[in-house]
Design a protein around this ligand. Sequence first.
Ligand code: SAM
Length: 263
Amino acid sequence: MRKPGQVFLVGAGPGDPELLTLKAVRMLGLAHAVVYDRLVSDEVLALAPPLARMIPVGKSPRSHPVPQEKINEILVGLAHEGLTVVRLKGGDPCIFGRGSEEAAALYAAGVPVEIVPGITAAQGAAASTGVPLTHRGLARSVRYVTGHCRDDLPLDLDWAGLADPDTTLVVYMGVANIAEVAARLIEQGMPASLPAMAVARATTSQERRLVTRLDRVAADLAGSNLSGPTLFVIGQVVSLYHSCPAEVLALLAMPPACEAAYA
Ligand SMILES: C[S@@+](CC[C@H](N)C(=O)[O-])C[C@H]1O[C@@H](n2cnc3c(N)ncnc32)[C@H](O)[C@@H]1O
């Protein structure tokens, strides 16, 4: 009888290949098949064995994404062939990554699954910009929220609960709705002058930042050259960006690209 296969749901981190875990690298080296998202870099994909089957399932500007059910089917099919499968996702597979949905489908099909965590984009951006997500006296908690709802439905977030100036908010997938996010937070009492930062392509050589304030973040973003996957850090911790000397920022970030609009 054929040996059953296994699927490893592996976090590829935010972009810089050096942020992969040792376990992610080891699993990639063992893979017979790699099923990967669009944001996973070529350097990371190059760690798979030359003969591994490489299967892209991410969305690109010109093609539709492979539907989730189809991805689940591909993973189950490969595992049933007895293969060691790496399902590679940007950041951490279980932070806005649908990793848990894929794991549930695999468990239901009797396929063994192991999750290998990755550095999520928030942590990558925090490290590369030198802006911590928590800091004594500035933020006693941090919340990761999505700025995009399933099927483009209106945003349905707990605005009153989110409007806490002592909490750092990290908004994933928020580019299209950042004006609404900012307006709703201000409506609920967040100071309009609260520092806010957008970071695009964090931890890669194309990283770009915009440092501004909550009431200007949408307009400043629209007038900026940020592109690609972008997240927002909103909170008092962003004020620490300016306490970081330029030469340190240059070392922290691969290109010291910064547009500072915060005043
Ligand atoms: C579908 S979510 C996936 C998040 C991923 N699982 C993680 O843990 O980082 C995609 C969103 O993550 C954020 N993102 C991912 N990589 C990023 C990067 N390198 N720089 C900035 N934001 C990033 C953006 O907000 C993007 O729209």
